[in-house]
Design a protein around this ligand. Structure first.
Ligand SMILES: [Fe+2]
Length: 295
């Protein structure tokens, strides 16, 4: 990963072009030396993006200051397996780019953010699973409370939600007492510019439980109402999930945070996730996802 050093006097045009060049080459870049508060962080991200994604899974961490698109990452310590942000949500364009800014780095071991290049991970998956991903889509199942879908789709009523979903083929959904129960079918892989196939999805943190032996003593994010199926309706087996986790772990690049680090990454090319800290520790990161101006 390239590290670019800047300071308060650095010219915005230089920051923009050097960062974009590094992103183009490697898909991830670390900016060091720029002290930012929440508003300056937002302002810097606007060099790259005009539009941003609203992270509604973390509404309670929404920042009061600013434009409403920055959230703090959850303060609890847990493992969040690698994912492409918001890949499991229909009718929302997957953001091109993620920004993570470290206000307070953990002072104990652990708590790293990690990145996994999707093409390298795909190459590490057993051939028969690679072939299934090439031949079959996957289906995400999830259940959202009313506040969640209203915020995500910027609507107030079920009628407005029906109108958005009306012409969409690859979803099945129902609404019960305002709760949205959804099945969304999509591809788990993407073709990169160089012709490689990348694992690019949110399968691993979208499961009801994880039974991998290396994770048995860790706190790992799962959600009982989530599930992932092959397109025909067969849930992913524990064996397949564990083979995916093995490929995930083999390709993990851990980033140990320092205060004022700004990590910028390609949200399609790289999965991102987090490690737990070995002991309770403050860890304060601001997060934003956006759509590149130059695309
Ligand atoms: Fe994320």
């Amino acid at each position: 990963m390239q590290i670019l050093y800047f300071d308060a006097l650095s010219n915005e045009t230089i920051i923009y072009f050097q960062t974009m060049q590094a992103l183009e080459e490697e898909g991830v870049v670390l900016l060091r030396g720029i002290k930012l508060d929440k508003l300056k962080f937002e302002s810097l991200t606007k060099l790259f993006c005009k539009y941003f994604f609203r992270v509604t899974s973390r509404e309670k961490f929404l920042q009061v200051e600013g434009d409403g698109f920055s959230t703090l990452t959850p303060p609890e310590s847990f493992v969040l397996l690698g994912h492409v942000e918001v890949d499991y949500v229909p009718c929302i364009k997957t953001p091109d780019i993620g920004f993570l800014f470290c206000l307070v780095s953990p002072y104990v071991a652990g708590g790293e953010t990690f990145l996994i290049e999707g093409a390298s991970m795909f190459n590490s998956i057993p051939k028969e699973i690679q072939d299934r991903f090439k031949n079959e889509n996957i289906t995400y199942e999830f259940l959202w409370e009313p506040q969640r879908w209203k915020a995500q789709y910027s609507v107030q009523t079920e009628k407005e939600l029906h109108d958005i979903f009306e012409s969409i083929q690859n979803i099945q959904y129902s609404l019960t007492d305002g709760w949205l129960h959804m099945f969304y079918t999509t591809s788990a892989i993407v073709q990169m510019k160089d012709g490689s196939t990348a694992f690019s999805n949110a399968i691993l943190p979208h499961l009801p439980h994880i039974d991998h032996p290396l994770y048995s003593d860790k706190v790992i994010y799962t959600k009982k109402t989530n599930q992932v199926y092959w397109e025909g309706g067969e849930p992913f087996s524990t064996e397949t999930i564990n083979q995916l986790i093995d490929a995930h772990d083999k390709n993990k690049y851990l980033h140990r945070w320092e205060d004022n680090d700004l990590l910028i990454f390609d949200n399609i090319r790289y999965l991102h996730g987090r490690e737990e800290t070995v002991k309770t520790s403050k860890r304060v990161l601001l997060s934003r996802f956006g759509y590149l101006k130059n695309k």
